[in-house]
Design a protein around this ligand. Structure first.
Ligand SMILES: Nc1ncnc2c1ncn2[C@@H]1O[C@H](COP(=O)(O)OP(=O)(O)OP(=O)(O)O)[C@@H](O)[C@H]1O
Ligand SMILES: [Mg+2]
Length: 242
């Protein structure tokens, strides 16, 4: 499935019309991607795609499921946290399989983004997968080889890394990184653990997204300024190179 689509990867061409917004929880990704999609859609077809996993929007969707929603979201969150804790061994085969399935789902999302890009539709992604730093919380691989002796989990971890490396080669034209301090982020997301926010804030600037063009924006300034700066950055990045 993935081998047949490597031509543009080899040529290092970003996916035309694809822009991604990344940043810690509370930095304003969802707010901004909604407005960007609406604004860019005035001139050419544009769609917003959420590319995150258990946290953020997907977590909210899971939580809203009847009866089991809240329990399931907490359960998945706990499992993801557990797998992330480098001091502990990876969880068992069941959880590893579940995480691998999440990664396959993510590949399907990226394939959809590619199809839209090829059809000339602009895509505004809320989050973007990366292969550099493990951890679902940072939109990286959930499993890592070397922390378990179980052959199946090791195999899944290796397979998952390959999937993420392929996804990372599907670079957007521009990554908009929303930078924020922990207090502002926490004030906007009071239900989030401040330690988790601090951790994400520390990791976000390290991500290179496989050499994609990155625009750094201060997300603590009033929202209209953030929107204006993001639109300007997209306009600049969309201009043909002469
Ligand atoms: N620049 C800003 N100034 C003030 N408030 C903002 C700004 N940007 C976003 N907000 C507000 O902060 C809250 C969180 O924003 P949003 O849900 O878009 O963040 P997010 O990055 O998508 O978070 P998550 O990763 O948890 O999904 C919202 O209530 C939004 O209206
Ligand atoms: Mg969001």
């Amino acid at each position: 499935m993935l081998q047949a689509t490597t031509r543009s990867d080899e040529l290092h061409i970003p996916l035309a019309g694809v822009f991604a917004v990344i940043g810690c929880d509370g930095s304003g990704k969802t707010t901004l991607t909604r407005d960007l999609a609406q604004s860019l859609g005035n001139t050419r077809s544009a769609k917003r795609r959420y590319l995150g996993l258990v946290s953020g929007e997907m977590g909210d969707k899971i939580k809203s499921l009847p009866i089991i929603g809240v329990w399931l979201e907490e359960h998945l969150h706990r499992k993801a946290n557990r797998a992330l804790d480098m001091k502990k061994d990876l969880p068992g085969v069941g959880t590893a399989l579940l995480m691998y399935l999440f990664s396959l789902w993510r590949v399907a999302q990226i394939l959809q983004v590619r199809r839209l890009s090829r059809r000339g539709v602009q895509v505004i992604a809320d989050r973007y997968p990366q292969a550099e730093i493990p951890g679902f919380h940072y939109d990286g691989p959930g499993l890592t080889v070397g922390r378990t002796s179980n052959w199946l989990v090791r195999k899944l971890a290796r397979g998952e890394q390959t999937l993420y490396e392929w996804m990372a080669r599907q670079r957007p034209v521009l990554i908009i990184r929303l930078n924020i301090d922990e207090n502002t982020a926490h004030a906007r997301k009071l239900d989030h653990d401040i330690k988790e926010l601090r951790d994400k804030i520390a990791v976000m600037p390290q991500l290179k997204f496989n050499g994609a063009r990155v625009c750094e924006l201060d997300a603590a300034v009033p929202y209209p300024q953030v929107l204006e700066a993001a639109l300007l950055a997209i306009k600049k990045a969309s201009q043909p190179i002469v």
